[in-house]
Design a binder for this molecule. Sequence first.
Ligand SMILES: Nc1ncnc2c1ncn2[C@@H]1O[C@H](COP(=O)(O)OP(=O)(O)O)[C@@H](O)[C@H]1O
Ligand SMILES: [Mg+2]
Length: 285
Amino acid sequence: MSIVFDQVSYTYGPNAPYQALNQVSCTIELGSFSGIIGHTGSGKSTFLEHINGLKTPSSGKVLINGLDTSNKEDKKDIRKLVGFVAQNPEHQLFAETVFDDIAFGPLHTGAKEEELTSIVEKSLRRLEVEPTAELLASSPFDLSGGQQRRIALAGILAMEPQILAMDEPLAGLDPQGRQQVLKLCQKLNNEGITIVMISHSMDEIAEVADHIIVMNKGELIEHGRVEKIFSEPEKLKRLGLDIPEASKYYFELKKRGVDLGDFVYTLDQLADAIAAYKVGGVDGI
Ligand SMILES: Nc1ncnc2c1ncn2[C@@H]1O[C@H](COP(=O)(O)OP(=O)(O)O)[C@@H](O)[C@H]1O
Ligand SMILES: [Mg+2]
């Protein structure tokens, strides 16, 4: 079971300077956490919109657990499997109360009235939000930006997706909010949800992802494990992309004769490697 792109091309029209997706092939395993990186205009959003069938290939195929996104009969099942988190998902909040907003999806896809309360509460708890009566009755528009984003995410989780396709889910949040939502994404992945996430922050991708897809001008340039992609800074530099801060320190220390051993890409790993560093049996740093 997986997400399969098979020679997928997509074009927005004859005037586009290049195809938004150009012969993209890849397999994303269920259960994984994939980060998509690339310049603005490289095709990241177009790629993501193919995962839930919001867009279908101009040529080629996208298969989700064997279901074809171009096949009308499969579309409904695919929409159930894949939760799509658009940029600024809180812009799509619309109902008068938090409860109604989260319950909207399940209500319209066959959940029974009496199940709604438990669905709404469970979805909020998965995002570490306490579903108090006051919150459920309040207008989503009276909440802070960070809270609104969680309500929007809860509405998507209420559909029990197996896959989350997320387009810069941390954009516009303050640093603390970014960390919180990032940790929640990691938690959801640990619970078994496959995540495909677009991000501009290499540090954040490094913290949560196990695989990375590198896009450039509609082409999939690389797809591999995080440690492989980030250990080749020259390749990324040529595409105008960066590596995580922790990896930069790793390479700078190496230049100065300090070899920390295994490659690192998160602050935690860097701190551990430095703490364990010894020269000739004597503590080195
Ligand atoms: N609605 C649209 N109409 C025409 N061209 C578009 C549209 N959306 C995106 N594009 C073009 O498709 C290419 C890929 O865009 P996109 O998938 O949004 O990239 P990214 O998310 O990496 O910034 C770009 O050249 C962009 O200009
Ligand atoms: Mg985009």
